[in-house]
Structures are given as C-alpha cells and as structure tokens.
Design a protein around this ligand. Structure first.
Ligand code: 13P
Length: 212
C-alpha cells in the first residue's frame, strides 16, 4: 500500500469521527471518499462515520469495480460521478445533516439557488448550490444526475436527503459542507423574512479577493 493510501485511510477515519463529534453525522448516515491514483477509497455501506476502521475502508477502481475492503457505500457511484465531473477535486463528503436536509425538503425552493448568498463565508467556501430532485439512496440515476451538474459548482443538495460536497482536499470538503450546514441553519432561522443578501458588487469583490 502506498504512503498516500495509508494517509488517506487515516484522514477518512479522523474526518468521520470529527463530523460525528460535531453532530453532523448520526446512525449510519453519510459517506466519505478520497481519490487515489488508481481508484477511490470510500466508507463501507452501513458503517457509522464515528467508528470507522482504516483497514476496512472500501477501495473501488474508477469504473466502480470492487478492489478490497468491506462492501462499498451504496453511494459509491455518486462519489465516482463527482470526481468525473470535477477532476480537480480529491475528496467527497455526503451527510444527512439536519438543517441542510430541512432546506432540501422545503416545497417551494429554487433548485438553481436553494440557499441565497447570506454571508461572505458561504459565498467563499460553498458558492452556488445546485439542488437535485429526489432519488432513492443508491439509485444509479442519482450518479447520472450528479454528473450533469455544472462543474463550476462543488456543492449539491439532494432533495429530501442531504448535501454532497467535493473539494481539492478532504479538509476543504469538510469546511465547505460545514459552512453549507451552518448557512442552511441561518436560512431557516430567518424563516422566510425579507433577507438582505450580498449584492452583485459584494459578490464580485469576494470573487476578486478569494478566487476559487
Ligand atoms: P451507505 O451506508 O451505503 O454509505 O449509505 C448511507 C447514506 O448516506 C445513503 O445516502
């Protein structure tokens, strides 16, 4: 096993424990992956992110063929589709974190922009979110839908399900999905009242100073 793969396994275990400690992962919900040179490492299906075992993480090749470890997450194909869509990214995190799921369950939400640009950190870490319709967890059609999202967006919200966020590194993906969850919470706190979102000049200023 390469040193890169050993490190990636450790990073996934640490991330799963941290996300659980922060209340962002519960039960056996959610999955995490890291891209390697010869495939991906992904959390096994039905595992609790808080108690992962580095030696039992699943390895898949880039076609989704099983290589080693426990049975893969049923969302393994969703992770592979995320890497195909954004080859610059090397980690994907999917959670069922409560506030994001709540927003994803609102009936009259704009799928093209489900959470408005309320704060600079939401704009800098997450950007524009794409919401997708409901799919059964593990449905291969979900992977196809992820593949079709604008590659400029790295945060996707699955209706009645939760967010899927990719990033250049696992730390980036986690920072982004945590920012998304906190902004979803703010959005719900605002409760449909008129919100002063960042204006076009403020968004351009952020893009200039913090290019993605
Ligand atoms: P897995 O246990 O198969 O990873 O599925 C969990 C999940 O979050 C489904 O969306």
């Amino acid at each position: 096993m390469t040193p890169e793969e050993i490190t990636a396994r450790e990073q996934i275990v640490i991330a799963g424990a941290a996300l659980t400690a922060r209340g962002l992962a519960h039960g056996t919900a959610g999955n995490i992956s890291i891209r390697l040179d010869d495939g991906i490492l992904v959390t096994p299906t039905n595992s609790s992110l808080g108690t992962l075992d580095a030696a039992r993480l699943t390895k898949l090749d880039f076609n989704g063929t099983y290589v080693s470890g426990d049975l893969p997450s049923k969302e393994g194909f969703m992770h592979l589709a995320s890497y195909q869509r954004r080859p610059q990214d090397s980690a994907v995190v999917h959670l069922h974190c409560s506030h994001s799921v709540a927003v994803s369950s609102l009936a009259d939400i704009d799928a093209d922009n489900p959470i408005p640009p309320i704060t600079p950190y939401f704009v800098m870490r997450v950007g524009k979110v794409q919401m997708l319709p409901y799919f059964r967890p593990g449905d291969r059609a979900l992977a196809d839908a992820i593949a079709s999202v604008d590659p400029a967006r790295h945060a996707v919200l699955l209706a009645n399900h939760g967010p899927v966020v990719s990033g250049h590194s696992l730390n980036n993906s986690i920072a982004a999905i945590e920012e998304l969850e906190e902004t979803a919470k703010l959005f719900l706190l605002l409760g449909g009242r008129a919100v002063r979102t960042l204006n076009a000049d403020q968004l351009a200023d952020l893009a200039h100073h913090f290019p993605s």
